[in-house]
Ligand binder design. Structure first.
Ligand SMILES: [Zn+2]
Length: 240
């Protein structure tokens, strides 16, 4: 019930008594309406919650990152089956250590997606990725899905998050979803594995991303500090 419905008919307009009587309702209206709209905005803003590097335990960048301009979206898998998602954050820490042991400044990929669809920040997007295969990663935004899709299926949550990350990236970097490809389209590799490549090659991912783009902006929120650490702890406990 609104203030005018409850009070305006019963008391003269602008009387002190009527105004005071209306206060609780007015306060409820003022408190209720803006909060609801804030929640709706926050709901949209939470399309992607991206766990900051420090929160997942990434080490500092070693050496020099080279800048590039994102012109296409390229999907990878790790090539190692992940059956227990609690191990995803430690897997990412191991990827970074391994990549840095190759002399690369940071983990090769810009975004990492685990089996439950959590998103983790990798190398800064403005920095060119790295590869040990025979293609130039300049201009590619590299998105890694954890797992080996040569012998395991892409999970539904992983696919849902991948669509969101691709849609966000497409809008943010102004690149067409038609540029979504798999690593194997550029280099001699099985990456990103048969099951994930099937979604790319058949145009399924591109179609879903275009559909999502038509619905509006996909926004990204960073989960840093305590919020990020809490999320990672929950993932490692198996609660998220
Ligand atoms: Zn790859």
């Amino acid at each position: 019930m609104t203030v005018s419905e409850s009070e305006a008919g019963a008391t003269p307009a602008f009387s002190r008594r009527g105004f005071l009587a209306a206060l609780p309702g007015l306060a409820a209206t003022l408190n209720g309406a803006p909060q609801a709209s804030i929640l709706r905005v926050a709901g949209r803003a939470a399309n992607i919650e991206c766990i900051c590097k420090r929160a997942w335990g990434a080490g500092p960048v070693q050496g020099t990152l080279v800048s590039h301009e994102v012109r296409r979206l390229t999907v990878h898998h790790s090539g190692k089956a992940l059956r227990d998602n609690r191990r995803a954050p430690s897997r990412f820490r191991a990827h970074q250590r391994y990549h840095q042991s190759l002399g690369w400044p940071d983990i090769a990929y810009h975004f990492l997606i685990d089996r439950h669809g959590h998103t983790y920040k990798g190398r800064p997007s403005w920095a060119r990725g790295d590869t040990s295969t025979d293609y130039d990663p300049s201009g590619h935004l590299l998105i890694l899905c954890e797992g080996n899709f040569g012998n395991q299926r892409v999970s539904q949550s992983q696919e849902r998050t991948l669509v969101r990350v691709l849609a966000w990236a497409s809008g943010n970097f102004d690149v067409d979803p038609g540029t979504i490809r798999g690593h194997r389209d550029f280099a001699s590799t099985a990456c990103p594995g048969a099951d994930l490549y099937r979604l790319i090659d058949g145009g399924h991912l591109e179609h879903r991303v275009r559909k999502r783009l038509r619905r509006g902006v996909t926004s990204k929120k960073e989960l840093c500090g305590r919020a990020g650490r809490r999320r990672v702890a929950a993932i490692e406990r198996g609660d998220a």
